[in-house]
Design a protein around this ligand. Structure first.
Ligand code: FAD
Ligand code: FES
Length: 465
């Protein structure tokens, strides 16, 4: 079972229990949705935010919450995709968002364990020296004064650092933003899931899982991953990165460090804990992971060019997306909130020229896209043949079903075809969930939807005596 470190919740909200109408509907109550609600509170728009489970309880609660502009090799990916100026604009925006978040915390007296620290980027393997040096040079040219120096208590081949980073507690930050929304124009609902939407006369009608509907002028998808195959085939154009996070006792050292050799490996400290992230291509079977003080796994939506997807989905339509944060959603959620709130209230914002939901063609990104999708096709096919020690695959009326037998001997039988795009689900022996290898939807043993782009549960296919 996962043991989460940031599991702190201050507020409970009711679910929607009647049809509603509003100016802006925000779907998703992670850091992105709540940040957007925070920026919209100063305007006259009537805002509703709906959250499928509990506020902050999905990706945000599983983040390591570093606020830094030294974001692994993102600057290099953007440089290779769109050149120096775009890369600089992106990093400048991250610095700006960090200061903006720090200002919000100070202005509203939010107690969220904010600490200033130094960010390191390091390599263990000599073969990545050129890549590290390229990144050093880029940060130097951007004007952020990187310096080569050793990381306290870490043996590595080479590392450099930049100053002015921060770390915080993501759920305490969200709690602080929610406190600012009391008695405002924003209404928040939990245990309320959007299952579909359609457009009637310039308004959007959003259908909820409990049969009610919300009509709105502006519809914002802050739900981490668009559930739909359309528009523009989002699941094929982006990919998921899954990481394991483990937490063990340690003295607090005031730095965070990111490994460049391996995708998404990092260290940060929180009080008397050290938080380690390691990349995991496997979704399950890592028992060592679950013997730590706290541990969990998490995923984020990645883009091939390195830029997040923020803004209107289609030009001239009031429907917006904030996703593809490439594991840097603490700062990018703030950027998304400022851009989307500006678009909604028709206010100029220079960030709108930097970020987009559809960037122009890039050869570098296209080559990464082709390579990734070849791997995806192999994964898709092999997911049909993967077996688990704890769950059996059976056929009921020609349909593939999974059977898990719990400790009391009770059978839990579900369809194991993912409702999102029909990938075959795999049983996660550690978490006792059915996980989708394609885009990360997760279901419990009885088929209830826990996370992911799917909006449907997986049905029990036969009786479970
Ligand atoms: C291991 C790891 C470490 C990370 N560390 C960092 C870090 O150090 N710094 C950093 O900047 N970023 C980090 N990130 C990235 C960051 O955590 C995420 O980008 C960010 O939390 C995404 O927030 P979100 O609000 O967009 O998504 P979420 O927190 O997932 O929120 C989306 C919400 O939408 C809800 N939802 C989904 N579908 C529906 C629906 N149909 N109806 C209603 N609600 C719905 C979900 O329940 C969820 O609560 C890390 C990511 C990973 C994987
Ligand atoms: S096919 Fe996309 S989440 Fe399962």
């Amino acid at each position: 079972m996962e043991k989460l470190l940031w599991d702190t919740k201050k507020y409970n909200y009711k679910s929607v229990n009647e049809d509603k109408e509003c100016d802006v509907l925000i779907v998703g109550g992670g850091i992105t949705g709540v940040s957007l609600a925070y920026y919209l509170k100063d305007y006259n728009e009537k805002v509703i935010l709906i959250e499928r489970n509990k506020i902050g309880g999905a990706t945000t609660m599983r983040s390591t919450a570093k606020l830094t502009h030294l974001q692994q090799d993102i600057a290099l990916k953007i440089y290779k995709s769109y050149g120096f100026f775009k890369s600089k604009e992106y990093i400048d925006a991250q610095v700006d968002a960090t200061f903006e978040i720090v200002n919000i915390i100070k202005k509203n007296h939010i107690r969220c364990n904010l600490e200033k620290n130094t960010s390191f980027l390091y390599i263990n393997n000599k073969k990545y020296v050129d890549k590290l040096r390229d990144l050093y040079e880029l940060y130097d040219k951007f004007g952020y004064k990187p310096y080569y120096c050793k990381i306290p208590n870490v043996n590595c081949y080479l590392s450099f650092a930049v100053d002015n980073s921060y770390v915080f507690h993501p759920l305490l930050y969200i709690n602080g933003l929610l406190s600012c929304l009391k008695n405002s124009n924003v209404s928040i609902y939990e245990k309320t899931s959007m299952i579909n939407y359609f457009k009637i006369n310039k308004k959007f009608v959003v259908m909820l899982d409990n049969g009610y509907k919300i009509t709105c002028k502006h519809l914002v998808f802050a739900n981490h991953y668009l559930p739909f195959v359309f528009p523009y085939l989002l699941p094929f154009r982006n990919y998921l990165e899954t990481s394991n996070v483990t937490v063990s006792k340690s003295n607090n050292l005031f730095y965070n460090a990111i490994n460049l050799d391996k995708d998404d490996e990092s260290i940060r400290f929180f009080k008397d804990y050290k938080i380690n992230v390691s990349n995991s291509k496997k979704l399950s079977n890592n028992s060592i992971l679950y013997n730590k003080d706290f541990s969990w796994n998490n995923y984020d939506l990645m883009t091939f060019h390195g830029l997040p997807l923020i803004g209107r989905i289609r030009r001239d339509e009031n429907i917006y997306i904030a996703s593809g944060f490439n594991t840097w959603g603490m700062t990018n959620s703030n950027i998304a909130a400022r851009i989307i709130s500006s678009l909604i209230v028709n206010k100029e914002n220079k960030l709108c020229k930097v970020f987009n939901s559809r960037y122009k063609f890039s050869l570098y990104a296209f080559i990464r896209f082709i390579k990734y999708n070849i791997i995806q096709i192999v994964n898709y096919i092999s997911s049909y043949f993967k077996r688990s020690d704890e769950a059996k695959i059976i056929y009921v009326d020609g349909k593939r079903c999974g059977v898990y037998i719990d400790k009391s001997g009770k059978k839990h039988t579900v369809s194991i075809t993912c409702p999102h795009m029909k990938c075959s689900l795999q049983f996660n022996n550690v978490k006792k969930t059915w996980d989708c290898p394609c885009h990360g939807s997760e279901f419990d043993v009885d088929g209830n939807l826990l996370r992911g782009p799917s909006v449907k549960c997986i049905k029990k296919s036969i009786s479970n005596e």
